[in-house]
Design a protein around this ligand. Structure first.
Ligand code: GLU
Ligand code: ZN
Length: 490
C-alpha cells in the first residue's frame, strides 16, 4: 500500500510556521516514501472563510517551491478537494449515522444551548444530551415538518477509546471525558470539522495523518467516527509542539510567524525549508544543512523528536545568511531587485544599468547580508545621491573641521592628481600604499584619512569595503562627492 498524506488547512488566516512545518513534513514524508501528497482545503466554516487566506496558501507554497500531487489546481481522482464542494457527501453520511442509531437529530435552539452554557459554565460540561433519547420516529417526523436541527454523534457512555500514535504511543481516553455528543452536521447543512475531516481522509484513502499535537484531543472522537462508519482509521503521528524561547507555544508575541512576514522580511525559501524541517526532526546529531532535495530523500518518521521544538530566530537568521551566500550572483540579483524597487532605489522595471550596477555590487555586499532587506540601504549610495549627512559625521575623532578639510583636500589630489595615475588606474595595493604614505606625511592614522573619504562617498561611516565602493561609484561622482564634503566643511 503506498503512502498518501494530506495537508488540510482551513482558509481562515495566514499560513504560519506551525502550518508550514506540518505541510513540509507531510510533503517530505510522501516524497521519501514514493507516495502522494494531497492538499485539501477545509473551508466548511463559512463565517471564518477568507479568500485572501486561500490565496495565501497558494502563494506560500509556490514561494517555497512545494507542490502537491492532488488538490486545488492539480486535480486528482479523489476530488473535489474543497470541502465546501463535498457537502452532499457529508450530509449523506450524517444521515447514515442517524439511520444506524449512532447519531441523532438535536432540535435544541441556540437560546437553550446558550442558557445551558451559562448554567454549566463553571462545570464546563458541554451539551446535556437532551435530544439523545427522542424516539427516532418522533425525531424524523419533527425534522420532516421542517424543524431546524443538527446531527450529533452518540458518544458511548461507558468504556474508553484509544488509538496508537507513532510518536507518542497509545493514547486512551475514557468515553465519558469526550466532548458529549459533538455536532457533526450543522443546521445549515454544513459539516463540522470532525465529520468532514474523517469522511475525506477515508475517501481520499489517506494512510497517515501527520498534524499538530493540538489535534490530539480530537483523536478519540475521530476513532469513534471511524468505528461508527465501520472504516479503518489511518495511522496517526502528532508532531512535536513548536515553542518560543520562553517555553510558550510560538505566537506573534515571539516575532514573525506568518510566512508573508518572513518573505517580505527578506528570508530565502531555502532557509525557511531547512530550518523549519529541523523543528522536531533531525537526521543525526550533527548534520544541519538540508536542501529540499535532501529532505525529499532523507525524511523519516523514525527521526522525529518527542520533545517540543524551540523556534530560534537567531538560528534561522544564520541559515538565511548561509543560503544568501550560497546563491549564485545571478540568482541573488533576481531576489534582491524587488527589494530595491520597493525601497524606491531602482525603477520598475529596472533599467539595464540598474541591473548591472546591482550585479556588480554583489561581491561587496553578499558577505554582509543577513536578510535581503539589508540590501537597499547598503547600495543606496550607488543608485542615488549620498544620503544627507552632517559635517560632524565627516570629522575623525578629536579632529576639527579645518583639519578634516585639509586631509580631504590632500586625499582629493592624491586620488585625482593633475598628472600621473589616478585612483581608478591603480590597484588596491597601490592605492592602500599611497593612502598610508599620505597618513604618515600628515602625521595621522590611516583611519583618519579614509574615514572622511568614506562618509563623503557613501554618506555613512559604515559601508561596504571602501575601495570597491569607490570603483562602483565611478570617477566623476567620487570627485563631485569629495567636493561636496569640502563645501560642507567650509
Ligand atoms: N483543518 C484542520 C486545520 O486547520 C486540519 C487538522 C487536521 O490535520 O486534521 O488544521
Ligand atoms: Zn438537543
Amino acid at each position: 500500500m503506498s503512502v498518501r498524506v494530506r495537508y488540510a488547512p482551513s482558509p481562515t488566516g495566514l499560513q504560519h510556521i506551525g502550518g508550514v512545518r506540518t505541510a513540509l513534513f507531510n510533503y517530505f514524508f510522501a516524497r521519501a516514501m514514493g507516495g502522494a501528497f494531497i492538499l485539501r482545503i477545509e473551508d466548511t466554516d463559512r463565517e471564518r472563510y477568507d479568500p485572501r487566506a486561500l490565496q495565501d496558501i497558494y502563494d506560500t507554497f509556490d514561494w517555497l517551491g512545494i507542490s502537491w500531487d492532488e488538490g486545488p489546481r492539480a486535480g486528482g481522482r479523489f476530488g473535489p478537494y474543497f470541502q465546501s464542494e463535498r457537502t452532499e457527501l457529508y450530509r449523506q453520511y450524517a444521515e447514515e449515522l442517524v439511520e444506524s442509531g449512532q447519531g441523532y437529530y438535536c432540535f435544541c435552539t441556540s437560546e437553550r444551548l446558550e442558557k445551558l452554557r451559562e448554567s454549566q459554565a463553571a462545570k464546563g460540561q458541554g451539551y446535556d444530551r437532551h435530544c439523545r433519547d427522542i424516539p427516532p420516529e418522533e425525531a424524523r417526523a419533527r425534522r420532516a415538518k421542517g424543524e431546524a436541527c443538527v446531527v450529533r454523534l452518540k458518544i458511548p457512555l461507558e468504556g474508553s477509546t484509544s488509538f496508537y500514535d507513532h510518536l507518542i504511543g497509545t493514547i486512551e481516553r475514557a468515553n465519558r471525558d469526550i466532548n458529549p455528543d459533538p455536532v457533526l452536521l450543522k443546521s445549515d447543512g454544513f459539516p463540522t470539522y470532525h465529520l468532514a475531516n474523517v469522511i475525506d481522509d477515508h475517501f481520499m484513502e489517506i494512510t497517515h495523518i501527520l498534524r499538530a499535537q493540538e489535534w490530539i484531543p480530537s483523536g478519540p472522537l475521530h476513532i469513534l467516527l471511524y468505528d461508527a462508519f465501520g472504516w479503518k482509521p489511518p495511522e496517526y503521528c502528532h508532531l512535536p509542539m513548536v515553542m518560543g524561547e520562553d517555553g510558550q507555544k510560538l505566537s506573534k508575541r515571539h516575532g514573525s510567524t506568518s510566512l508573508v512576514e518572513f518573505r517580505s522580511g527578506g528570508y530565502l525559501p531555502e532557509a525557511i525549508i531547512n530550518y523549519v524541517s529541523l523543528l522536531g526532526w533531525s537526521y543525526d546529531d550533527s548534520r544541519q544543512m538540508f536542501s529540499k532535495a535532501d529532505l525529499e530523500k532523507l525524511f523519516t518518521l523514525e527521526k522525529l523528536n518527542k520533545a517540543a521544538a524551540v523556534f530560534d530566530y537567531k538560528k534561522l537568521e544564520w541559515f538565511n545568511g548561509v543560503y544568501i551566500r550560497e546563491r549564485s550572483d545571478g540568482a541573488l540579483q533576481a531576489e534582491l531587485m524587488p527589494f530595491l524597487q520597493r525601497a524606491g532605489i531602482a525603477g520598475t522595471p529596472a533599467s539595464a544599468e540598474e541591473e548591472k550596477l546591482l550585479f556588480d555590487a554583489l561581491p561587496i555586499i553578499k558577505e554582509r547580508l543577513r536578510f535581503l532587506t539589508d540590501a537597499p540601504e547598503m547600495v543606496r549610495f550607488l543608485f542615488k545621491d549620498v544620503p544627507a549627512y552632517t559635517a560632524e559625521e565627516l570629522l575623525p575623532k578629536k579632529m576639527g573641521a579645518e583639519e578634516t578639510a585639509k586631509i580631504l583636500t590632500e586625499v582629493k589630489s592624491l586620488m585625482f592628481p593633475a598628472d600621473g595615475k589616478n585612483f581608478f588606474d591603480k590597484t588596491d595595493e597601490e592605492n592602500e600604499a599611497a593612502f598610508r604614505a599620505l597618513a604618515e606625511r600628515l602625521g595621522t592614522k590611516l583611519g583618519s584619512v579614509l574615514g572622511p573619504l568614506r562618509v563623503a562617498v557613501t554618506g555613512s561611516r559604515v559601508s561596504p569595503p571602501l575601495f570597491e565602493s569607490i570603483r562602483l561609484v565611478g570617477k566623476d561622482k567620487t570627485a563631485a562627492r569629495i567636493e561636496a564634503a569640502l563645501r560642507l566643511l567650509a
